[in-house]
Design a protein around this ligand. Structure first.
Ligand code: B16
Ligand code: MG
Length: 225
């Protein structure tokens, strides 16, 4: 197998950058304005979950019912606060090893896509100076279904002109790992095995990941089918 055979699809929040801290602050401000609190543990459950579904879960936790129009307003309000924060992001917030792995992939001619639930991915990539690495971007603006549905990753593979079985997904959320498995792709989980069942490999962050290791992972997966 050669370099050009494999392709990589990266989740954004929790894999390349840590925007969960900003989501937390914005959701907490919204919950507080509605009269209840919002914890870090609850924020963890929102990783990889799209904006409207996240709002539904938060309103449920607060025991609050809102109309569809009110929910649209609340989601927009939260997003305004969130965008104010991500507008101040810089390249220093890229998570350890991400820049190095993206550079390595690029220099070895491996195609790279983004597969994120966020509708703000364009702004985040721009602020952190990562946009130029990507051959394709699939995010919350271009999918109709959320992870664990495989749509986001299948679209990424299609845009890269890669077969799903040649793709490696990097994910930090359980819904994302399930989406990659449903897409018939290899998946490297950034996090602990107990939270991310089914992944092929578990890592703390992207530091030290090599292209050769990725090629071997795909070769083994193909052999064992
Ligand atoms: P937005 P990812 C996800 O990003 C976040 O993990 C999740 O917490 C957030 O609700 C979702 O994006 C939508 O974000 O409000 O910016 O559209 O992990 O899929 O890159
Ligand atoms: Mg994520």
């Amino acid at each position: 197998m050669n370099n050009s055979t494999i392709a990589c699809i990266f989740d954004l929040d929790g894999v390349l950058v840590d925007t969960a801290v900003y989501h937390y602050q914005a959701w907490k401000k919204l919950a507080n304005s509605l009269g209840f609190d919002f914890s870090h543990a609850q924020n963890e459950q929102l990783k990889g979950v799209n904006r409207m579904r996240s709002l539904d879960m938060i309103l449920d936790w607060g025991g609050i019912t809102k109309t569809a129009a009110e929910k649209e307003e609340l989601a927009t309000l939260k997003n305004t606060w969130y965008v104010d924060m991500i507008n101040k992001m810089s390249a220093s917030e890229v998570l350890p090893g991400s820049q190095e792995l993206l550079e390595q992939l690029k220099s070895r001619g491996v195609k790279i896509a983004l597969g994120s639930a966020s509708k703000n991915s364009g702004l985040i990539l721009e602020r952190t100076n990562l946009t130029h690495f990507f051959d394709a971007i699939v995010d919350g603006n271009s999918v109709t279904t959320s992870k664990p549905d495989p749509e986001v990753f299948l679209k990424g593979a299609e845009l890269l002109k890669a077969a799903p079985e040649d793709c490696i997904v990097f994910e930090d959320a359980s819904a994302g790992v399930q989406a990659a498995i449903a897409a018939n792709m290899a998946v490297i989980a950034v996090g602990e095995a107990e939270n991310l069942p089914g992944a092929d490999l578990f890592i703390k962050d992207l530091s030290g990941v090599t292209v050769d290791e990725l090629i071997t992972l795909i070769a083994h997966k193909t052999e064992n089918k």
